[in-house]
Write a protein of this length. Structure first.
Length: 369
């Protein structure tokens, strides 16, 4: 069979491949190591084969094998990456630009740095949410165990001794009796309800915007998420401009990097406004609520950078500054959440103690009389 027919058959076979979705760490590992191998003058096909032999993830092995077939069939690296689904939109744009400009290795290294930064930015928000979620879950499990197993036993004891129960005790013991009778049905239904609410607010494609907007409304967490978005705006946009992308293309790629719907709409607007010939100053002034998304100081820096021709350097400065602010906010948020959680746990313990101790005092007083 002739080489052209082999290539044609390889192309037909590669068109049936499906894209894979990989976590940030695996995409970062792939991009960084591919850049190192290409920098060492290893051919693209051999580099992909070497990576395929070192990774353990089956989806990634399959994607790398698909890419090797594409490369052997004559596809450019950027097209092969796009078909495999291994890389984000920013990485694809940088690779495509690097292939045209002859700076593929440098752009791949820059893409690996971007993947790492995006992972760090998202990890900041995730780490701020994990601690309170863990404490609240643990408190709920302990409180549920006390209400389910301890309080009903106390109820039978108090009723046999004809002890008059105060309102707090009656409410909590009544909840315990209800759980003892219907807990096997109520608790699973409640967990299913919580899972459904979580899915609707944070996972469902059509409604997850509402959950993200809800997180932005929380004090402390909302501030952290804004600082992370501004840091990502500065760093990613600055690096894309330094790599040679146009401002409109870079903003469109930034839409895919953002997880906040209000910032996605904002970047869409900026891309179209700048494409229509407006400056950053005019675009920011015309957008209602731009001051809530980008603080006035950041807007002034961006406008000054646009006028002086050093926009990429200014944006990178903004990214570094707000990354440091996000670090401080994360530390402060953890320091504030811990005492608040302790107060909440203390109130719960106090209510249980009052519900148990007050009837005992009544019993002791009755025996004394």
């Amino acid at each position: 069979m002739s080489p052209k027919k082999v290539a044609a058959s390889d192309k037909k076979e590669s068109e049936t491949f499906k894209k894979v979705r990989l976590p940030f760490k695996e995409r970062e590992y792939f991009t960084e190591n591919l850049a190192l191998l290409l920098k060492s003058a290893v051919p693209v096909g051999d580099a992909l084969g070497s990576l395929e032999n070192t990774v353990r993830s089956k989806p990634m092995k399959r994607a790398l094998a698909n890419m090797r077939i594409d490369i052997d069939a004559g596809y450019p690296l950027a097209d092969s990456l796009e078909r495999s689904g291994l890389s984000s939109g920013q990485t694809l744009a940088l690779v495509r630009l690097g292939e045209h400009s002859g700076h593929l290795v440098e752009n791949l290294q820059l893409a690996a740095q971007q993947e790492e930064k995006r992972h760090i930015f998202r990890a900041k928000v995730r780490s701020a949410l994990i601690y309170p979620a863990f404490v609240l879950t643990l408190t709920g499990v302990v409180g549920l165990g006390v209400a389910w197993f301890l309080l009903p036993r106390l109820s039978s004891t108090f009723s046999q001794l004809h002890v008059h129960l105060p309102l707090v005790s009656r409410v909590m013991i009544g909840a315990g009796i209800f759980l003892k009778a219907h807990g096997l049905v109520v608790i699973p239904l409640f967990l299913l309800f919580c899972a459904a609410v979580f899915y609707v607010l944070f996972l469902a494609p059509k409604t997850k915007k509402a959950g993200k907007l809800l997180l932005f409304a929380f004090p402390g967490i909302g501030r952290l998420m804004r600082e992370v978005e501004i840091a990502q705006f500065g760093y990613l946009l600055g690096t894309l401009l330094e790599a040679g992308l146009s401002i409109t293309d870079a903003l469109q790629l930034l839409v895919g990097a953002s997880a906040a719907p209000q910032y996605q709409d904002f970047y869409h607007y900026l891309a179209h406004s700048l494409d229509d010939g407006f400056s950053f100053k005019d675009s920011l002034q015309r957008y209602k609520g731009s001051a809530k998304l980008l603080p006035g100081a950041v807007q002034q820096m961006v406008v000054a950078g646009e006028r002086s021709g050093s926009l990429s350097e200014v944006l990178l400065t903004v990214g570094r500054t707000y990354e440091q602010k996000a670090d401080v906010t994360t530390a402060n948020l953890e320091a504030i959440i811990e005492p608040v959680m302790l107060v909440g746990v203390g109130i719960g313990v106090m209510l249980v103690a009052i519900a148990v101790i007050l009837p005992i005092y009544s019993l002791v007083g009755g025996l004394g009389k």
